[in-house]
Design a protein around this ligand. Structure first.
Ligand code: HEM
Length: 317
């Protein structure tokens, strides 16, 4: 099995999310390939200054840049983030050729990695979005709920949820050890959210707020809880987990409150099914009420190749 990038690092105190478009000239593609291949070394070089701060960086490649950058067959499911337009809510699709998911307990280490990356990439890329996330109390989102509880925890459950393996049908061998990654940047209407009672908020999420206990699925024909809509079973009744590393971000003085959603998955269809159930509603028309207080302003899909495929980008052609 090919080693994966450090997708399973888990939630840290700080994270930086960078999404770029690439400038498509021969020389910039060559330069970007060299930078991407050196990410593990750059990360190690900075992380050594405080190994306990757990600095990691995962690189994702969008479908539009896959061919020119990777020069490998497309991972079987890789395609651009599909817009999901429901009767009332829309998951927008926005540009993104490269994703850098930088994590550390220390904000300064994330900053330093971003700084060195920007220096090296120069004008080979155009910034689409930069978001700096932080841990909020006991891993709560800015809606006040603990976020990430249902994530797989054991190494084998994580690997089963996120990593493409030799046994996956239709996947080229070069996808093995990689994961699909989906990101969305959400802005919250906290004023409207805070106008709800705690019980109403708990019904929207499907968990209690203070002690994070899962509520029974309601079967009253009304809009279902977020945790119910985001639970996906296949035709055989098997539940498919994904690995979410959402982070709060924002600026109270600018009136900006957000959640940066990021999910790693072995099967892209699982996250896309979650999006459909949330935005179109299940049954259709009854969208996820979290969306009445949360609006996505970005939406992009990437593939995080295995470590060996990433490092091989530095090999001379
Ligand atoms: C569960 C927050 C968007 C997928 C949860 C929970 C919270 C939460 C508080 C319950 C605790 C937990 O298990 O983590 C949010 C916020 C979002 C957001 C604030 C954005 C504004 C999304 C999106 C997806 C998603 C876009 C997928 C497309 C899930 C899944 C679960 C979950 C899979 C676990 C369900 C279960 O098995 O119990 N989310 N979420 N979330 N969310 Fe979200």
């Amino acid at each position: 099995m090919s080693a994966s990038q450090p997708v399973d690092t888990g939630l840290t105190g700080s994270a930086t999310f960078l999404v770029f478009s690439v400038t498509r000239t021969d020389s910039s593609i060559q330069a970007i390939r060299r930078v991407l291949s050196s990410i593990p070394d750059i990360t190690k070089n900075i992380s050594i200054r405080d190994v306990n701060a757990n600095l990691t960086c995962v690189v994702g490649i969008g479908s539009g840049a896959w061919d020119s950058l990777m020069k490998l067959p497309y991972p079987a499911e890789l395609h651009p983030f599909p817009e999901v337009r429901g009767a009332k809510k829309t998951a927008v699709s926005t540009p993104g050729d490269l994703l850098f998911h930088i994590r550390s307990e220390r904000r300064d280490l994330c900053f330093e990695l971003e700084r060195q990356l920007i220096d090296k990439l120069g004008d080979t890329v155009r910034l689409e979005d930069q978001t700096v996330g932080f841990r909020y109390f006991d891993a709560r989102d800015l809606l006040g709920f603990v976020d990430g509880t249902a994530n797989p925890v054991s190494p084998s459950d994580i690997s089963d949820a996120v990593m493409i393996s030799e046994s996956d049908d239709g996947s080229d061998a070069t996808a093995v050890g990689g994961s699909y990654v989906v990101v969305q940047k959400y802005l919250h209407d906290l004023k409207a959210w805070k106008a709800l009672s705690t019980e109403q908020q708990e019904a929207v999420i499907g968990r209690t707020k203070s002690d994070n206990i899962e509520l029974e699925d309601a079967d009253d024909g009304q809009q279902q809880a977020h945790k119910t809509l985001a639970t996906i079973e296949d035709a055989s009744g098997k539940e498919h987990a994904v690995l979410r590393d959402n982070m709060p971000f924002g600026s109270p003085s600018a009136g900006q409150y957000g959640t940066y959603f990021i999910a790693y998955t072995r099967h892209l269809w699982v996250v896309e099914k979650m999006m459909e159930r949330m935005f179109l509603g299940h049954p259709p028309g009854l969208h996820d009420r979290i969306l009445d207080f949360s609006t996505p302003i970005t939406g992009s899909t990437f593939f995080a190749p295995s470590l060996s495929n990433l490092k091989a980008l530095g090999d001379e052609e």
